[in-house]
Structure formats: C-alpha cells, structure tokens
Design a protein around this ligand. Sequence first.
Ligand SMILES: Cc1ncc(C[n+]2csc(CCOP(=O)(O)OP(=O)(O)O)c2C)c(N)n1
Ligand SMILES: [Mg+2]
Length: 329
Amino acid sequence: MATRKAPERPNVSKEELLKYYREMLLIRRFEEKAGQLYGMGLIGGFCHLYIGQEAVVVGLEAATKDGDKRLTSYRDHGHMLACGMDPKGVMAELTGRIGGYSKGKGGSMHMFSREKHFYGGHGIVGAQVPLGAGLAFSDWYKGNDNVTFTYFGDGAANQGQVYETYNMAELWGLPVIFVIENNQYAMGTSMKRATKSATLYGRGLAYGIPGEQVDGMDVLAVKAAAEKAIAHCRAGKGPYILEMMTYRYRGHSMSDPAKYRTREEVEKIKTEKDCIEHIRDLLTQGGLASDEDLKAIDREIKAIVNEAAEFSKESPEPALSELWTDIYA
Ligand SMILES: Cc1ncc(C[n+]2csc(CCOP(=O)(O)OP(=O)(O)O)c2C)c(N)n1
Ligand SMILES: [Mg+2]
C-alpha cells in the first residue's frame, strides 16, 4: 500500500501553517456538509465539490492583497470561502434561501461578492476567462496595481476563447493571472484522452505569456508560485499562467458515479498527496502542534460548518415578489 513520504521542513512559521490548515479544513468540511445536504434533498440543481483541490485556492489567496479580484467556474464554493465570504451566506445560497449571497435565486454556480471582489461562479465552461481579462483591463485602465485571478479547468483550456483572451491580454499587458486547475479530468474525459499537449501552461508561450507548472497539492509551493506571478503582474509585465497540478476526490458533480477512473487511483493520491495531511505532518512532525491542538481546530471548524448548515435550513425561501427584483427589465 502507498504511504506518505516524510515532509521536508520548510522555512515557514507555525502561525502560517496553522492558517493554511484551518482554511483548507474549512473548505473540506464545508464541502462534505454540502454533499450531505444535497443527499438529503436540501440542495437542488447541480453541485460540484472542490474536495482534494483546497491547496490551490488557499495558497493563491495567501499571496493576494485587498483589491485583487477573482472568478472561477462552477466548482466555486472553495474560492468563496478562501477569499473570506461568509460560510452561512454560501450555504444558504446552496439551499436556495433568502439569506444566501444571491437571495437564494442563484444557487451553487451563481454567487458574487463585490466586497470580497469575487465575480462568480460561471456555469459555461471557459466563460470566466475573457471576463477575467476584462476585469484586469479595468484595473489597468485605472492605473492601479490590482491583479485578477481567473481560474479554469484542464477541460476549459481546450476552448477557443481562452486563446483569444491570451492574445489580447499579452498584447495589452493586462494584470491577469490565468490559473489552470489541472485536476486531470473534464467530466469523464481524462487529459490524456483530450490532448497531445504535454503541458497546458506551455500553450501560453505561443502568445508570449510566461508560465509554469506547480504542485497544486502543496500549499507552500502554490503560494511561492503565486508570489512570483503576482510580482510579474504588479510590475506591469502583463499576464502569467500557473498550471496547478491537482486532483478532485469526488465525481465531477454530485450525480457522477466516476466510472472512468479506478478507486485505487483516487486512494493513491489521497494517501500520498493529500494537501491537508501534508500540513498536518509538517505541524506535528516538526513539533509545532500536537494532535490535541489540531483536534481543537477541527472542532472549531466543525462548529462553523454546523452553524452554516443550520442557518441554511432556517433561513426562509425567497418570497414570490423576489421574482421581480434584481432584473434588468
Ligand atoms: C460551453 C460548455 N460546454 C460544455 C459544458 C458541459 N461541461 C460542464 S463541466 C465540463 C468539463 C469541464 O472540465 P474542466 O474544465 O477540467 O473543469 P473541472 O470540472 O475539472 O473543474 C463540461 C464539458 C458547459 N458547461 N459549457
Ligand atoms: Mg478538470
């Protein structure tokens, strides 16, 4: 059976490690709870869980500053939590209640927060890529040093609009970071069946955009890569591509039985590469935290998630009159 390798001791403070542990655990427990509520029929429509990929968004967010913007696909709950949106408001949106970020009218894929500069939640594969360049254009036009992160999947990377966007973004020198979350599957299609390209970041080189592949299961590697990409963007040197090598543990959505991969494949990644276990090992084997300390954090996170779930059940459904609000005409 596969076993975990002893982690190398990085030069990172205990506080920083605990912060990543807490943030990744919040996403994982929140998503597990969302999965349960879906099973109970409390969440309708589609629901795409982020479990396994937590290090990507937590590592990237750790390198951002206020004013930076982010947007992603339908696999979006983790991104909302990582940029500081309220778990209660996110969960209540999933259950379609008035206390949700879109008053219960958007659901899993359609939440926004102007306060946290979170611009969705996009169900159309790849749609957020040109939108991200547009947000970056607005910051470039205003002359500030904000950066936009536009996240998309390995499957979305095969869309034409991505390459139109690359071309314009590099031509205009826009401060946008293209984050490819390469979890190796687009629904049931593995990357190997979808392309002959060895890497996805490499395609940006044709447009003059630098980039790199990163171990997206290692939050410290993600943060270091993010700092480099952000420095490039803030210095006015144009876009950057980060290809995050990651893995989703659950199916594409709640209705996916995941027959296109073996149980062993999933178990191997969980055992050898899990991003939360990685930080747990660094904390405990480095003598920075005891099992008791980590259990206390686990309890704290469980309480936050339970409170969000309670809120999402107690918050009322939107009134019928809400049909006539937040519309153009
Ligand atoms: C334009 C468009 N085509 C097809 C779909 C159906 N679809 C939804 S998700 C998906 C796969 C995308 O995979 P990937 O970009 O790798 O993201 P992941 O789900 O792995 O996060 C497809 C084909 C869609 N939503 N939009
Ligand atoms: Mg994918």
